[in-house]
Design a protein around this ligand. Structure first.
Ligand code: ZN
Length: 355
């Protein structure tokens, strides 16, 4: 799991964690929109606690055995508990920030799960954990457990964790990360100090995206709903700007879009997840425009939305959106990417025509 260290918008949250730790809090639940680097913040915190040399402001030295082991991903007193599928997808992508983009803010394929690996944190993983924390620490210092995303624990797993949190061993810190805190067990939340990690101010996010070499950072950030890590991920796994523009031109044609144009435009190796995410943003914009007169993702497309609105009915648009949700769930391994995307576009035209 590649790590992004010291993200510039984390200062306030970092200070808040420092205050909680000074009060001997032993469980912190970091929550907020996906794509703000909560997992990275948790790992920064873990590294600071496990640093054996600690520099003045409480930040890790980066050189001692503790820091080196955390950086190498094998500190014996740090456990990172995640769904198997997420860990597997990360190791395959090699550079995923580890956060699942929020629904509606997901350009490009996130580190989503594939295959048979579990998409949730299993109770066995928590049971292992409860055994592990009864052993003495390897390096004689603190012990840190990072659980991400906390909402992926089902009720039995959450209850098992609850038991552990009720009798926490000394010098042990639990850092839970949640992108959808409402989906965590209320009793579990009540055992943790809650800390919300907010979306950064746009100027800070843009500055960071520019540093990361993201082309068209402003557009990417809007598409990502303001979440910088989602924007950066979209750059890596999303659509090239040129293909995105060509697909947008197809969508803009609405009912006048011809099958031959679709076939001629969609390339053989079209990225399915990125295309479906683009279509979803288009659909959301259409619904937002029809229902509230505003758009979120494509501010320049209001004239196109108005034109579409003359023909496309909201219920039909909603059905097309449901199709997209299904398409997205198997977007990672379509049999034929070109056919899949062509099918969605043709269905779009039928949907506008009320078929
Ligand atoms: Zn250190």
């Amino acid at each position: 799991m590649a790590r992004l260290k010291a993200l510039p918008w984390h200062d306030a949250a970092r200070a808040a964690i420092g205050q909680l730790l000074a009060r001997q809090v032993h469980a912190v639940l970091l929550h907020g929109a996906a794509g703000t680097g909560k997992l990275d913040l948790a790992l920064d915190t873990a590294e600071a606690l496990l640093c054996e040399r600690r520099v003045q402001d409480g930040s890790p030295c980066g050189r001692c055995p503790g820091c080196t082991l955390v950086a190498a991903g094998n500190h014996p007193d740090l456990r990172i508990v995640r769904p198997e599928a997420l860990a597997e997808a990360d190791s395959r992508i090699g550079q995923a920030p580890g956060e699942e983009p929020a629904e509606g803010a997901s350009a490009g394929a996130p580190a989503e799960a594939r295959g048979r690996a579990s998409r949730g944190i299993r109770i066995e993983q928590i049971r292992d954990l409860s055994e592990w924390i009864t052993l003495s620490t390897h390096r004689g210092g603190a012990r840190v457990i990072v659980i991400e995303p906390a909402e992926s624990m089902n009720t039995p797993a959450s209850n098992a964790l609850l038991k552990v949190l009720e009798e926490p061993p000394a010098r042990t810190l639990f850092l839970l990360v949640s992108h959808r805190v409402d989906e965590t067990l209320p009793t579990l939340r009540s055992r943790c100090a809650l800390l919300r990690v907010r979306l950064p101010a746009p100027a800070i996010a843009l500055g960071w995206l520019q540093q990361q070499g993201v082309a068209q950072p402003q557009q990417r950030l809007i598409e990502a709903g303001g979440a910088p890590l989602v924007a950066a991920q979209a750059e890596r796994s999303g659509l090239a700007p040129e293909l995105r523009d060509r697909l947008l031109a197809l969508l803009r044609k609405g009912a006048r879009l011809a099958a031959a144009e679709v076939v001629a435009t969609v390339p053989r190796d079209v990225p399915v997840a990125g295309s479906v995410a683009l279509f979803q943003r288009w659909g959301w914009d259409f619904l937002a425009f029809s229902l509230a007169g505003t758009v979120r993702y494509h501010p320049d497309e209001i004239p196109a939305m108005r034109q579409l609105g003359a023909k496309w009915q909201v219920p039909q648009a909603c059905s097309w959106m449901s199709e997209l949700r299904i398409a997205r769930s198997f977007a990672d391994h379509p049999l034929n990417a070109k056919l899949a995307i062509e099918g969605i576009l043709l269905s779009y035209v039928r949907s506008i025509n009320g078929a």
